[in-house]
Write a new protein. Structure first.
Length: 130
């Protein structure tokens, strides 16, 4: 965790870009990256170096929690009974923002935004994530 944070706080790239770098944090795909950033209230474009240590610990802890739960269940579900707002998942839809661009945020009802950065797409709630 400390070595990863050292890389994060020195990076000029956005936090979503840094989380996608396997030499910083292994195993963080698009869905997990989008969801953990939502749950921590962090906009994916925020420069990684602006993430404070306390917020990094929160993000890291949630990554570990979600990865462990996904490994046990065989799938990533981030809304059932918890996360920001505790909203219930619609059938077949266990995400807050991933794969939900253009739909309403489960927490604030704003429209989920999206953009592409190279080969990667970013999704976020413009109200819940700053």
């Amino acid at each position: 965790m400390d070595a990863a944070y050292d890389r994060v706080r020195r990076s000029r790239a956005g936090i979503a870009t840094v989380l996608a770098q396997q030499d910083v944090v292994a195993g963080v795909g698009a869905a997990l990256r989008s969801e953990v950033l939502f749950r921590c209230g962090i906009r994916p474009q925020r420069p990684a170096r602006q993430i404070g240590q306390e917020q990094w610990v929160e993000l890291w802890t949630d990554l570990v929690l979600l990865q462990g739960a996904a490994a046990k269940s065989g799938r990533l579900v981030t809304v059932r009974g918890g996360g920001r707002g505790g909203a219930a998942a619609a059938p077949g839809d266990g995400f807050h923002v991933h794969a939900r661009a253009g739909r309403k945020c489960r927490v604030c009802r704003s429209t989920i935004a999206s953009s592409r950065r190279g080969q990667r797409s970013l999704v976020w709630c413009p109200t819940c994530q700053t």
